[in-house]
Design a protein around this ligand. Structure first.
Ligand code: PGA
Length: 234
């Protein structure tokens, strides 16, 4: 069983989400399917699909105009929240330590954080991929985690670019993440791969050791693109 998570980013409407949710109800799959959508679309009945947010405030409440707390997300019935997505790191200057605070806020409110790590093209070219991934995991995961978390490895240069690392590169990254999590006492934590996943490469990517599922951006927006990913693996 794999975890197939969609990240709608700043796309869609409540109507397109309802259409997606109904299209997915009849899909035969034992995989866990999650859709992380803009806050305004949370609260609809997902049926067998779990919903999640794409970001969360690290604060609990108060004078933080425009922010949404983990308890508010949980209040909609959502179960998941993406934290530290590369677009948040890039456009909103989120560092590992901010991501860690956000993940802790999620956990404190019963949400499962999907904690993203991954290298930029500059870091890759400088030979820093493994170091960035390992410090990303060590510094972005809160201490004393005793409930579910998910890690997503997303090579930042490959997101939305139609590029994917080689199978060997994905395997190396996921092996390092699994080993790092085991050293942190978090062995068995699911690790997703994300960046330019589509129906035609999903099965191959999910056959790589230590790849427990995928985080899908563009190809999660339409049932015709998303369903083949969900059904690509048992
Ligand atoms: P992509 O996005 O599938 O469109 O590359 C992945 C992500 O940003 O989570």
């Amino acid at each position: 069983m794999k975890i197939i998570a969609g990240n709608w980013k700043m796309n869609g409407t409540r109507t397109t989400l309802s259409e997606m949710v109904s299209a997915l109800q009849s899909v035969e799959s034992e995989n866990t399917v999650v859709l992380c959508v803009p806050y305004t679309m949370l609260g609809i009945d997902g049926g067998r699909i779990s919903l999640g947010a794409q970001d969360v405030s690290r604060h609990t409440h108060g004078a933080f105009t425009g922010e949404v707390s983990a308890s508010m997300i949980a209040d909609t019935g959502a179960k998941y929240v993406i934290v530290g997505h590369s677009e948040r790191r890039q456009y909103h200057n989120e560092t590992n330590s901010i991501v860690r605070e956000k993940a802790a806020a999620a956990l404190a409110n019963g949400l499962i954080p999907i904690i993203c790590v991954g290298e930029t093209m500059d870091e890759k070219q400088a030979g820093k991929t493994m170091a960035v991934i390992e410090s990303g995991v060590r510094e972005s995961v809160p201490n004393d985690v005793n409930t579910d978390i998910i890690i997503a490895y997303e090579p930042r240069w490959a997101i939305g670019a139609g590029l994917t690392p080689t199978e060997a590169e994905i395997a190396e990254a996921h092996t390092l993440i699994a080993k790092t999590l085991a050293e942190m006492g978090l062995g068995g934590t699911p690790v997703l791969y994300g960046a330019s996943v589509k129906g035609s490469n999903a099965a191959e990517i999910m056959s790589i050791p230590n790849v427990d599922g995928v985080l899908v951006g563009g190809a999660s927006l339409k049932p015709d693109d998303f369903i083949p990913i969900i059904t690509s693996v048992k």
